[in-house]
Write a protein that binds this ligand. Structure first.
Ligand code: ATP
Ligand code: MG
Length: 334
């Protein structure tokens, strides 16, 4: 059975973008792959976080993983900082990655611009090597992520090929070369306020995203005020009509109805009708998830699952880390 790794940062409350681009894929994939789904809290601290909130969001994200339908019997669910191999592997990977490679990453450029005033941490630059570590430690063949992570996955593949070539023996690869898997539809959900930039849970403008824990009335308000255009015609044209095309994508991903069918169903109708039906579809999608989330958060079950998950993850991760250390000559004996 092939292996999957993926993670989400507890840098805020996950948005419908995280659901459509990442979590929705996880639920489908857990049935046919050996899966590791991580709450990557060490990634979250690459930008400033409030300690108390970070801890709440970390546990909250674990509850959301379960609430959307991840099954701890099928997938290993754990918190990154509870498996120390991640930070150790990241160091080895950083020492085998150039600053030039890291400075080219568009996420670094975007986030360093945004956080410019409070200062940019060195960790924001070295975030991709930590992500490479996450993936290689579990020998992942496949990484389901949103479209924004494509470049980091390319860097991961470059690293693995270089590392194996440099330190591997003939025909014996140290690390598994992973493939990226991006959702066919909804791999890049856009901001409701600026449909040319992606929806992000850490956006300072809360009107740009719908969090998975948002109240129904706020969902309705945010969708009503989503930026569209003045033509009033519902059609799918991401280049010229990014706002309405993004809403069509969200509608389709929330209901399973193909975009073409929606375009046909709303022919001749206005944006107002479309938006209010979309809002109800998103409320219907999120309400049962929110109910399960609140029940899980109050239970002991959640901590038991995370304890067990970390234990299972450590077993695999430590083996790979030892293989990496041996290959490069760290320590006294292989
Ligand atoms: P942050 O703003 O803190 O980076 P984020 O919303 O980008 O938060 P991440 O934790 O960085 O969320 O990403 C988690 C997963 O969700 C990744 O697989 C990422 O590719 C995916 N993802 C993030 N934003 C979107 C989006 N707008 N559309 C589709 N997938 C997304
Ligand atoms: Mg992100």
């Amino acid at each position: 059975m092939e292996t999957i790794f993926s993670g989400i940062q507890p840098s805020g409350i996950p948005t419908i973008g995280n659901y459509i681009g990442a979590m929705k894929q996880f639920i489908e994939l857990q049935n046919s792959y050996n899966c590791y789904f991580c709450i990557v809290d060490e990634h979250a601290i690459t930008v400033p976080q409030d300690p108390l909130k970070l801890r709440q969001q970390t546990r909250g994200l674990a509850a959301l993983y379960l609430a959307v339908g991840l099954d701890p019997e099928k997938a290993t669910i754990f918190i990154q900082s509870e498996v120390s191999a991640h930070a150790e592997a990241a160091w080895i990977i950083q020492c085998n990655t150039t600053i030039g490679e890291l400075e080219r990453m568009t996420q670094f450029k975007d986030k360093s611009q945004k956080n410019g005033r409070t200062g940019v941490s060195a960790g924001l630059l070295t975030y991709p090597p930590l992500m490479v570590g996450d993936i290689v430690l579990y020998n992942a063949n496949l990484v389901p992520v949103g479209d924004d992570q494509k470049q980091h996955l390319e860097l991961t593949r470059d690293f693995v090929e270089r590392f194996n070539k440099r330190y591997g023996q003939a025909n014996q690869e140290i690390l598994v070369l992973p493939e990226v898997k991006i959702a066919e539809q909804g791999g890049r959900v856009m901001s409701l306020q600026d449909p040319t930039s992606k929806m992000s849970k850490s956006d300072s403008n809360a009107k740009g995203f719908i969090s998975m824990l948002e109240e129904p009335n706020i969902i309705r308000k945010k969708i009503k005020s989503a930026v569209t255009d003045s033509t009033g015609i519902i059609e799918y044209d991401p280049e010229n009509k990014p706002g309405i095309s993004n809403l069509l994508n969200i509608f389709s991903a929330s209901t399973g109805r193909p975009v073409d069918e929606l375009v046909e169903a709303y022919a001749g109708k206005g944006y107002g009708d479309f938006k209010s039906d979309l809002a109800e579809a998103v409320v219907d999608l999120l309400t049962p998830i929110q109910e399960r989330y609140h029940a899980l958060l109050a239970s002991d079950e959640l901590d038991d699952i995370l304890d067990k998950g970390a234990e299972q993850a450590r077993l695999v991760a430590n083996k790979t880390l030892q293989r990496m250390k041996n290959a490069i000559g760290l320590g006294r004996k292989p």
